[in-house]
Write a protein that binds this ligand. Structure first.
Ligand SMILES: C[S@@+](CC[C@H](N)C(=O)[O-])C[C@H]1O[C@@H](n2cnc3c(N)ncnc32)[C@H](O)[C@@H]1O
Length: 423
C-alpha cells in the first residue's frame, strides 16, 4: 500500500471525524514517516482540506449518490491528486483503490476505482462550476458561502475575489536571536533561507532545532509584537491578555528586555504552554491563568501597553489552518464578537493614562475587527486612535488601525488597532 496515501488518509480522517487541528494531526503521522513521503503527505493533507468544497463538487458531478465518511475521503484524496498534483493517473487510481481496501465493504474498492477512472478522463478540462458568480467563487476556492458573503459585504466583490483566490503561502518563517544573513542561516542549519521584511526573520525550508536562539513564528505575529515593543516606554509594564502559546509575549520581552511582561490565558493548559515556551527561549515572563473578561482591581491603570490578541475566527490564517473553512460557522462569529469585546472592554481598564491598548486578530472580517473598535471608541471617550510604528511595512506604518490582506501585503490576514488612553 502507498504509505503516503495511508498516512494522509489517517491525518485527514482525524481532522474530518475528530475535528483535530490539522497541524497537530499531521505532526503525529509525520514522526515516523520517511523523508521522501513527508512532503507528499503534507501536500495532500493541506491540499484536500484547502480544496474541500471544490473536491466535493467535482465528485458530485460523477456519482449518482454522494458517498459519505471514509469513501468520500478516498475520493477526495484521489481527485485532489488527479487535479492538482502532477502524479501519473494510473498510480493515483490504483493506489487510492488499494487504500480503499481499508473499508469493510468490498464494493467500495470497485466504486472508488471506477469513479476515479471516470474523473481522470475529464478532470483536466473540468469547468462545470456553478453559473452564479458568488456560488462559483465559493466552489472554485472552497470558501464557505456565509464567509464569502461577509467578505463581499465588507470589501465588495472584486476585492473579495482577490482575497479568496490568492494562492496559499505555505512558507515557514523563523526568527533568530542573533544577527545573520540568509546565507549564514542556510549554512548553519543546512536549510534554504530567504530574507523577509524583518531583519531577524527568514523564510526557511528544512528543519530547525528547538533551540533558544531560533523559533518558528509568523510574520504577522512578529509585526504585532514589534508594534507593542515600540509603544512601551523605558522600563515600562506590558500586559499580554490572551498570550498562549506565548509567541508575542516572548518576542516583546526579547526585543525589549527592560520591560516587565505579564502574560495571561484563561486555560490552565494553555498558560502552561506560555511557561514552557518562555523556558525554551530563556526569557522571564510573569505567567498568570486568568479570565480576562473579569476585572482584576490590582491591575487598574497599571500597564503602559496592553495587548488584546483576542480569540477569533481565524479566516486570515487559512494557509496554515485550512480546516477553519470546514468547521467555522456563521453563528460562531457573534459569540466570538461578544468574547472579543468583553476582553477589550475589561482590559482597557488596565491601561494607564497615556498608555496604549493594542487590539489584534488573525481574521479579515469587519465584524471582529473594525466593528469592535468603532463600538469601543464610541463607548470609551477616554481613548482615541494612536499610531502603529512599523517602518518595515510602510502601508501599515503610522496607522491607527490596519487590515493586512495576503494578496496585497504578502502576509497573513491579520488586523491591528492601536488605541491611546487620553484621560
Ligand atoms: C489568538 S490566541 C493568542 C495567541 C498568542 N497571543 C500568541 O501570539 O502566541 C487567543 C488566546 O486567547 C485565549 N483566551 C480565550 N478567551 C480568553 C479569556 N476570556 N481570557 C484570557 N484568555 C482567553 C485562548 O485560550 C487563546 O490562547
Amino acid at each position: 500500500m502507498n504509505k503516503a496515501f495511508l498516512k494522509s488518509f489517517h491525518v485527514l480522517r482525524d481532522v474530518y471525524v475528530n475535528k483535530a487541528f490539522s497541524a497537530i494531526a499531521l505532526n503525529k503521522q509525520l514522526c515516523n514517516c520517511k523523508n521522501q513521503d513527508k512532503a507528499l503527505v503534507t501536500k495532500i493533507v493541506y491540499g484536500v482540506l484547502d480544496n474541500d468544497l471544490r473536491l466535493e463538487y467535482i465528485i458530485s458531478r460523477y456519482v449518482r449518490k454522494m458517498p459519505k465518511g471514509d469513501v468520500l475521503l478516498y475520493l477526495k484524496i484521489g481527485v485532489y491528486c488527479l487535479s492538482d498534483l502532477s502524479m501519473p493517473v494510473y498510480a493515483v487510481v490504483n493506489d487510492v483503490a488499494e487504500l480503499s481496501k481499508l473499508s469493510a465493504d468490498r464494493r467500495t474498492v470497485g466504486f472508488v476505482n471506477a469513479t476515479l477512472k471516470t474523473v481522470s478522463e475529464h478532470i483536466k478540462q473540468f469547468d462545470d462550476y456553478p453559473e452564479d458568480s458568488v456560488e462559483r467563487l465559493s466552489v472554485l476556492y472552497s470558501y464557505p458561502m456565509w464567509a464569502l458573503r461577509k467578505l463581499i459585504k465588507d470589501y465588495g466583490f472584486p476585492i473579495a475575489e482577490q482575497i479568496v483566490s490568492h494562492p496559499s503561502d505555505t512558507r515557514t518563517t523563523a526568527r533568530f536571536t542573533f544577527t545573520a544573513t540568509a546565507e549564514q542561516i542556510a549554512e548553519r542549519y543546512q536549510a534554504e533561507a530567504e530574507p523577509t521584511v524583518f531583519d531577524d526573520a527568514f523564510y526557511v525550508k528544512g528543519s530547525l532545532p528547538a533551540a533558544s536562539d531560533c523559533t518558528v513564528q509568523s510574520l504577522s505575529s512578529m509585526a504585532i509584537a514589534r508594534i507593542c515593543a515600540r509603544l512601551a516606554p523605558t522600563d515600562g509594564a506590558f500586559l499580554d491578555c490572551c498570550a498562549a502559546p506565548g509567541g508575542k509575549s516572548v518576542y516583546v520581552r526579547q526585543l525589549r528586555p527592560d520591560l516587565s511582561v505579564t502574560s495571561c490565558d484563561v486555560h490552565p493548559h494553555r498558560a502552561e504552554l506560555i511557561s514552557s515556551y518562555a523556558r525554551r527561549m530563556q526569557v522571564t515572563l510573569d505567567v498568570q491563568c486568568r479570565d480576562m473578561t473579569v476585572f482584576y482591581p490590582p491591575w487598574e491603570g497599571k500597564f503602559d501597553v496592553v495587548l488584546c490578541d483576542v480569540p477569533c475566527s481565524g479566516f486570515g490564517v487559512l494557509d496554515s489552518r485550512p480546516d477553519v473553512k470546514l468547521f467555522r460557522e456563521n453563528k460562531d462569529i457573534s459569540d466570538l464578537m461578544k468574547t472579543q469585546y468583553a476582553i477589550l472592554d475589561n482590559c482597557s481598564r488596565y491601561v494607564g493614562k497615556g498608555g496604549a491598548l493594542v487590539y489584534s486578530t488573525c481574521t479579515v472580517f469587519d465584524n471582529e475587527n473594525g466593528q469592535n473598535i468603532r463600538k469601543f471608541l464610541k463607548e470609551h471617550t477616554d481613548f482615541e486612535y494612536g499610531r502603529t510604528q512599523l517602518p518595515e511595512i510602510p502601508a501599515a506604518d503610522g496607522q491607527g488601525f490596519y487590515q493586512f490582506l495576503p494578496y496585497r501585503d504578502g502576509m497573513q490576514g491579520f488586523f491591528v488597532a492601536v488605541l491611546r488612553r487620553i484621560k
